[in-house]
Design a protein around this ligand. Structure first.
Ligand code: ATP
Length: 140
């Protein structure tokens, strides 16, 4: 079934999530504070917006609270990442997936209600180790 996703932060991780969701046939609202990042996903999103997603009025005006899933992929700016996550939960979103920088960041995100916390390099390292152990080397 087609779902509505909002992807916030369009670095390598966020842009990749955005493109894959689009390829799978879902509707994606893409948000980034930088114009060039937004331009890069214009062909892979229903709507792409240049905005600061750590501001409540921005999220409200885009109707983000009604989406099925949110992906917070803001990286270096941990304050914006946390604020955005908090606001999405306050808006009542039930599926907020957030990219964390490290274990402490992950703890904070879990405390404020993030539904799933992802540490891409760490998670992928564990996955790779397990796949190598079970002999799935051909996948690489
Ligand atoms: P990646 O590894 O996915 O490339 P990264 O961990 O290096 O990303 P950043 O590049 O710092 O993370 O952030 C990801 C994106 O989030 C950037 O494109 C940045 O412009 C965007 N971003 C940062 N702050 C905000 C904000 N307040 N609102 C919207 N987007 C933001």
């Amino acid at each position: 079934m087609k779902k509505e996703f909002v992807v916030i932060g369009l670095g390598r991780f966020g842009a990749s999530v955005c493109k894959e969701l689009h390829r799978l046939g879902h509707q994606v609202l893409a948000i980034d504070i930088k114009e060039e990042k937004v331009n890069a996903v214009l062909d892979y999103s229903e709507k792409a917006v240049i905005a600061d997603a750590s501001r409540e009025e921005v999220l409200k005006s885009l109707g983000v609270g009604n989406f099925d899933y949110a992906v917070v992929a803001i990286g270096d700016n941990m304050q914006a990442n946390i604020m955005c996550t908090l606001l999405l939960k306050e808006l009542g979103m039930e599926n907020v997936w957030v990219k964390a920088q490290d274990a402490n960041h992950k703890k904070v995100l879990a405390k404020i209600g993030a539904d799933r916390v992802i540490q891409p390099e760490y998670d992928m390292g564990i996955r790779a180790a397990n796949q190598m152990q079970s002999g799935k080397l051909q996948e690489y």
